[in-house]
Design a protein around this ligand. Structure first.
Ligand SMILES: *Cc1c(COP(=O)(O)O)cnc(C)c1O
Length: 498
């Protein structure tokens, strides 16, 4: 880290007349011949003027200001920031995959299609579903696709009155957002004090206008929803379908399957559970699975396996066999193939037992961290959790130190902050998901730091409230940034020209 470059944009390093290149003069002069006068610039472009070492140092220093799961512990609840094994990267970047063109004839891409088919099948096995499409680009996109499948199902039966989606109050924001984008109306159902869905509040909401109930299990506070089979029975009895938000599939791996619990449609966030580096907007993949009887509504294309005179071949099915109800395309071509390859590499390298162990360790780690901090942090739901849990700020709130302060102070100690102020069930939510890939030493370091911060909040609250003290950028003014965003270099261009 070099402080000279901290938080600077390249315009600030610019000096008039500095160059990082040299071009032959004639080449430039000759190149202007024949360009019509009205197309010529009237003034020079304002670009940073820097020498080559400055450019190299600027970008290299900037890259080290990034925080990622490869640089430190990242306990971001709900997002499953587990370590991404490098073998996934190697497999997905093999030239045999990266040099393919989507328009190549199937006969020349049998290996890629087989990999695709294999992942479709593995996900069906893991989720307890009849078929998966790998087309959607993210969890939210999977939700939208799944809800469109559900709508197509109701419409195919002439059941046009089903326009509502019931969503728990603890749900991730994408659930109601996807329902709205799918043209459905969102109805919220309350949770009980232990964070699980209140069946008695749900029952009166179920009628012939409900298209689906969206849930996740374990739910957003990391608690296993034991009543899902009962809920599924009620929902099916009213003619609606059960949608499973698979973002919390990690602790269920090899232990319990959404299909067996009574869910009809689900998505999986491959980038979370099946380890693709994500964050900052991508890349992702949100395959959607359906139970038997709903396959014909899935989008196209998909990969099918055929047996031709004893040999298996793989082909793209554009929906010609599916009839009038299939969704058609919801993404360009087959989805995010490189993410799909990473997920397949991960699933095959862990195998059945490894996946099951991942879920169990994620659960053990979350409970270990929870139990090691519960004397100093408020634990609103005191139960065995699955892969994540939620504190409601400090147990002793007399210092006025908030969850935001704690999150910022963690940055000074080299940890990424947990998810904060989500779920909305508590005022000071601090949602911790350690994942299975962290060693006991890392968890112990994190616990020690969290205990130090709680002590510091009592002994020197101003230090915590002013955090972060040691990061390249201190505390940005979130409100000013939202109200008055500066998205161009206008100010700095003047600096550059000076
Ligand atoms: C991450 C997440 C989503 C959305 O998934 P994206 O892949 O980010 O679009 C939905 N629900 C829950 C519970 C999540 O954690």
């Amino acid at each position: 880290m070099n402080r000279k470059y901290y938080g600077k944009v390249i315009f600030e390093l610019s000096r008039h007349g500095r160059r990082g290149y040299s071009l032959p003069k004639n080449g430039c002069d000759g190149g202007l011949d024949g360009i019509p006068e009205q197309l010529m610039r009237s003034s020079d472009p304002v670009l940073p003027e820097v020498d080559e070492p400055t450019v190299v140092r600027h970008y290299n220093n900037m890259s080290t200001n990034n925080f990622g799961v490869d640089t430190g512990f990242y306990p971001l609840g709900s997002c499953t920031m587990k370590y991404n094994p490098k073998i996934n990267e190697e497999i997905s970047s093999l030239p045999a995959f990266t040099s393919l063109h989507p328009f190549q004839p199937s006969a020349t891409v049998q290996g890629a299609l087989e990999a695709y088919y294999m992942l479709q099948s593995k996900l069906s096995e893991i989720g307890g579903m009849a078929e998966f499409t790998l087309n959607p680009y993210a969890g939210a996109h999977g939700e939208l696709t799944g809800l469109m499948v559900i709508r197509a199902y109701h419409e195919s039966r002439g059941d046009m009155a089903r326009t509502k989606v019931i969503v728990p109050d603890s749900a991730h924001g994408t659930n109601p957002a996807s329902a709205a984008v799918a043209g459905l109306k969102v109805v919220e159902v309350k949770s009980l004090p232990d964070g699980t869905v209140d069946i008695d509040a749900l029952r009166p909401l179920l009628d012939e206008t409900v298209a689906a109930v969206m849930m996740t299990n374990p739910n957003t506070v990391g608690i296993f929803e034991h009543s899902i089979p009962e809920i599924a029975e009620m929902v099916h009895a009213c003619g609606a379908l059960m949608y499973y938000d698979g973002a919390n599939l990690n602790p269920m791996l090899g232990v319990a399957r959404p299909g067996d619990m009574g869910f009809d449609v689900m998505h999986i966030n491959l980038h979370k559970t099946f380890s693709t580096p994500h964050g900052g907007g991508g890349p992702g993949s949100g395959p959607v699975g359906v139970r038997d009887g709903l396959q014909q509504f899935l989008p196209n294309p998909r990969v099918v396996k055929r047996n031709v005179s004893g040999d298996s071949t793989f082909e793209l099915d554009f929906g010609t066999e599916k009839g009038p109800h299939a969704l058609g395309r919801i993404s360009a071509w087959l989805g995010n193939f490189a993410v799909e390859l990473r997920a397949l590499a991960y699933i095959l390298s862990l195998g059945r037992d490894g996946l099951k162990m991942a879920g169990a360790l994620a659960t053990l780690n979350a409970n270990y961290v929870k139990e090691s901090l519960r004397d100093l942090y408020e634990l609103p739901i005191d139960r065995v959790c699955k892969h994540e849990f939620v504190f409601d700020g400090l147990a002793d709130k007399s210092s006025g130190v908030t969850t935001l302060n704690i999150a910022k102070r963690l940055l000074d100690h080299g940890f990424h902050a947990p998810t904060i102020y989500f779920p909305l069930l508590f005022h000071e939510s601090l949602m911790i998901e350690p994942t299975e890939t962290e060693s006991k030493e890392t968890l112990d370091d994190f616990i020690a730091v969290m205990r130090d911060i709680a002590r510091e909040a009592v002994e020197s609250p101003e230090t915590v409230k002013n955090a972060p003290l040691e990061t390249p950028v201190r505390k940005p003014d979130d409100t000013a940034a939202a109200l008055n965003p500066i998205v161009t270099f206008t100010e700095l261009q003047n600096t550059a020209m000076a």
